[in-house]
Write a protein that binds this ligand. Structure first.
Ligand SMILES: Nc1ncnc2c1ncn2[C@@H]1O[C@H](COP(=O)(O)OP(=O)(O)OP(=O)(O)O)[C@@H](O)[C@H]1O
Length: 289
């Protein structure tokens, strides 16, 4: 009997096409699955769909067709420890897919056919009484500002280039405030912090080589100084050189508190503003890899 699977599709994600959807559904049927399509109609739907699936089924297989934002939505509707997730990367940056070394939609479908899954840890952020989980990273400060400033029309037109445009606007209106980051017995005053649950940033850049999705805990990168330090950091990342130095300190932590008043991004989507707390949730969901 075909194995039931739920396919959560975001038709607004960066590289979605009806042809890709049809190709994926046909390939799933050919591999012995009975896909049930759930097309999102709004940004709230991925979490709503995931919550409904987990309420109705003991060990569901949920395939997410879209980008990291849709995956993040699904993650936020899951019941801990029950579901298996598969990634069908049709977003703009597709950072989780890159982290799992999924090279294409075809590659993703082959992996789903093989069905090898491993538990991953995720992060949970709490801000003003609201909790939200993340898969890849939480950024407070400059990258929160950059993500908040991305305009939808520019993203549709330029893809990842829209983030560069937003970054230029952030530099033009530079804010100097600081954050205090406390965890694992450390307390650091810095300008921005990136809390990494996964090693890569933006898909291409190896920001935190020691961060590992499959182990609990975060790598915490605290960044000091002005625009020049961020430019140097970007250049080092681009040239694949070590980024640690006077402007960047890094430590490992399972829990963290961030005080200050700066924008926050989670998995590439704007979330709100610090102060906040974060904690790592080990073996939260199994992911096909
Ligand atoms: N039907 C919909 N209409 C509007 N927004 C949606 C819809 N479905 C999902 N979303 C939201 O759209 C946002 C972007 O989606 P997604 O991340 O899948 O694409 P992307 O931004 O192109 O990819 P990536 O995040 O990998 O760069 C997410 O926050 C997601 O929750």
């Amino acid at each position: 009997m075909p194995q039931r699977c739920h396919v959560v599709v975001n038709p607004t994600s960066g590289s979605f096409s009806k042809a890709s959807l049809d190709q994926a559904l046909a390939a799933l049927r050919a591999r012995g699955f009975a896909p049930e399509l759930l097309e999102t109609g709004s940004a709230d739907d991925p979490a709503r769909f995931a919550a409904r699936i987990c309420a109705e089924e003991a060990a569901p297989l949920i395939l997410v067709m879209g980008g990291d934002g849709t995956l993040n939505g699904v993650l936020n509707g899951l019941v801990p420890g029950v579901a298996t997730l598969g990634v069908l990367p049709l977003g703009t940056a597709n950072v989780l897919a890159r982290e799992l070394e999924i090279r294409s939609l075809e590659d993703a479908l082959e992996r789903i056919g093989r069905g090898v899954a491993r538990p991953i840890s995720v992060g949970e952020l709490e801000c003003a009484g609201v909790k939200r989980r993340f898969l890849l990273m939480a950024g407070v400060g400059v990258d929160g500002q950059v993500v908040r400033g991305v305009r939808l029309a520019e993203k549709r037109l330029l893809g990842k280039g829209a983030y560069l445009l937003s970054a230029l606007r952030v530099v033009a209106g530079w804010e100097r405030g600081t954050l205090q980051v406390s965890g694992a017995g450390r307390s650091v005053i810095c300008h921005s912090v990136i809390v990494c649950n996964a090693a890569r940033y933006g898909g291409d850049f190896l920001l935190a080589p020691e961060a590992d999705l499959f182990s609990p805990g975060f790598q915490v990168l605290c960044i000091q100084g002005g625009p020049l330090n961020y430019l140097k950091l970007a250049l080092k990342l681009g040239c694949k050189r070590p980024i640690l130095g006077r402007a960047v300190t890094c430590f490992a932590a399972d829990e963290l508190a961030v005080t200050g008043d700066k924008p926050v991004q989670l998995d590439g989507d704007y979330f709100g503003a610090a102060p906040l707390t974060l904690r790592s949730l080990g073996a939260f969901v199994r992911v096909i890899c």
